[in-house]
Design a protein around this ligand. Structure first.
Ligand SMILES: [Zn+2]
Length: 375
């Protein structure tokens, strides 16, 4: 038997964005390209997709994920309604499509049903291209989750709740959403402090950072995962650590979007459990995701072996935990023996003494011979 690794968990996915790959790598002459200009192109894509398009894109995306070594997906799903914002006859039709796509691709999925209520801080209305994301009232969240309860088996598929961001969800909803999710045993995820301007506007509006606001409203906790968490203060890191919250880094997407450099070394030193996601799917490669996280931390601290085990000093066991166990926990899924089988005869592994370690720091999806899911 060849070398194996535990199956990787792709904790943060927007499957439809996979269709943007390669088509958003240019900027208008004389104009800076940023997260916000990218978002306009992403919205234009979202406008063109109906239920069947979303399902086909997700099936293809998850199939690619599986072939790269991901065995579990966290789908942060907010395309709920028709492109014009009208409801489908089945209000959770697109969520069901995501669950079907995962079943067809044979990956585990946590469908993180995402709440998106407004266009920005201060109660701005949803823009025309955001209407299909919208949740008009809190009760709609529980109605949707109740409607989906029978569509998941708890083993290969389950539900979770996502708060899109503190931009898109009003302050007064945060506490009730967290309480309702906890009452139902659902993991809670949110985009947090991905862009510097989000932090600045949150401080100007609420007097605290996004992490501070989530802490104040009782959202943080061991069942909470902050996605990105790029622009954090020391107090934010302390609050995440004290509450037992996790952070999901999306290094290739954050690199693609120019989000900034996360404070990975400080988060790890504070004891915050990390996990990974391929988010926009600019790249689907858990090896790159993990390596990039470690390399960014090295560049930021001008030192080597940052995400290293406190006892042995080894990097590989920590990357393995970040890539797998931490991610499964963030999604509320059980790995049940999911494995990635590596091709021991691949040129990249010739002459190495510790193939799993070599794969984690020098590997790529081409080394994945097959993936097996446990019961
Ligand atoms: Zn995202």
């Amino acid at each position: 038997m060849g070398p194996t690794l535990p199956g990787f968990a792709n904790v943060h996915s927007h499957a439809f964005q996979r269709l943007l790959r390669g088509s958003v790598q240019s900027r208008e002459p004389g104009r800076a390209d940023t997260f916000w200009t990218w978002r306009e192109r992403m919205y234009a894509l979202a406008q063109r997709m109906d239920v069947a398009d979303l399902e086909a894109a997700a099936r293809q995306c998850y199939t690619e994920c599986r072939s790269a070594g991901y065995t579990a997906i966290g789908e942060f799903h907010y395309l709920h309604h028709r492109p014009d914002g009208e409801r489908y006859a089945d209000p959770v039709a697109t969520s069901r499509a995501m669950l079907r796509a995962a079943r067809q691709a044979d990956v585990r999925i946590a469908l993180l049903w995402t709440v998106y209520h407004r266009g920005g801080f201060g109660g701005a209305a949803l823009g025309p291209r955001q209407r299909r994301f919208g949740t008009a009232q809190l009760d709609d969240v529980w109605r949707a989750l109740d409607a989906l309860a029978g569509a998941v088996d708890g083993r290969t598929s389950r539900l979770g709740l996502a708060i899109h961001s503190v931009r898109a969800v009003p302050e007064g909803w945060l506490g009730p959403l967290a309480e309702g999710a906890r009452g139902r045993g659902l993991p809670i995820h949110a985009h947090v402090s991905e862009q510097r301007v989000e932090v600045e506007t949150c401080v100007a509006t609420h007097g605290v950072s996004p992490v501070g606001l989530l802490a104040r409203e009782g959202v943080l906790g061991p069942d909470f995962t902050a996605v990105h968490a790029t622009w954090l203060s020391d107090a934010d890191i302390a609050a995440l650590a004290a509450s037992g919250s996790r952070v999901c880094l999306c290094p290739t997407t954050e690199g693609d979007l120019g989000d900034g450099v996360p404070r990975t070394a400080e988060l790890y030193a504070a004891g915050v459990e990390l996990c990974i996601g391929s988010d926009s799917h600019a790249v689907i490669d858990p090896f790159s995701e993990l390596r990039f996280a470690e390399y960014q931390a090295r560049a930021a601290t001008e030192s080597r072996c940052v995400l290293a085990d406190a006892g042995s000093g080894e990097v590989a066991p920590v990357l393995r935990r970040i890539g797998s166990a931490n991610g499964y926990e963030a999604l509320g899924l059980t790995a049940a023996g999911d494995r990635v089988h590596l091709d021991a005869r691949a040129p990249a592994l010739v002459g190495v003494t510790d193939a799993p370690s070599a794969a984690l720091m020098g590997g790529h999806p081409g080394l994945v011979q097959k993936v097996t899911l446990g019961p």
